[in-house]
Design a protein around this ligand. Sequence first.
Ligand code: GLU
Length: 304
Amino acid sequence: MNYEKTFEEIYNELLNREDRGSVADYIPELANVDPDQFGVCLTTVKREEFSYGDAEKRFSIQSIAKVLSFVMAYSSIKSNIWERTNLEPAGTPFNSLLQLEHDRGIPRNPFINAGALVICDILVSELASPKENIRAFIRRLSGNNTVDFNPAVAHAEKKAGSRNYAMIYLMKSFGNIRNDIETVMDLYCHLCAIEMSCKELSGTFLFLANNGVVPWSGERILSPSRTKRTNALMQTCGFYDEAGQFTFKVGLPGKSGVGGGIVAIHPEKYAIAVWSPRLNKKGNSYKGMLFLEEFTTKTRLSIF
Ligand code: GLU
């Protein structure tokens, strides 16, 4: 199958549709990104790679990194994650405070901001140098030693982070944040500031399509059972309060970020990353969602 040709066809079809999204504008580093860039890359578990457009251009992966911090905790940390965060779809925006008060500081899942903050708190408790450790972990998954944080984005995230501060203070009042708030926020903001290209992202997430083993190094990151569970969490919680839409239209487990990236997995087959910076009203890449919908429909490569 020549996926590159399929990518080009879908890209051209989508050109004729009005792009109704707009870029994230809560920090200048995202607001100033050229909104017309577009990239896609699919990597198979047999390590074939198909790409199109700006597939090698790095962008801010934002909340896509929440899967990587979760996996790091799930794979190596002794604390019981499920006493600190739930695993149900949120049904509210990614930065909502409403449910946190109601559920006494326990986030609905690890992929909304509150849940990712709790995971960061766990990592701060258990790792010697959490920022460096998570960067090294992501480099191992990607097989690329140049993947890094963008310090300007991390700084801007902190400055614009009032809602995240509100969440973390609220959770601390319920006893669900154990460490110094600035230390946890610093890790969280750096996590949001990781930059990768579609090629790097699809490669990095391939272990989730490969029963938990990184194909190029043979390193086992998660057991098959935990891999299945991580993919299930992406399916139900990976798209803010649009997880149902993504499942309905695309039919793959995945995760989005407000930088306009989406990564999705077909277990035992492939990982795909797409990037288009304009977002829809729910904060997911407008064109990225449409692109993946067309892709799984045309190729019949959804899990359903
Ligand atoms: N930096 C964003 C925040 O914490 C992440 C949002 C996202 O990509 O969902 O608000």
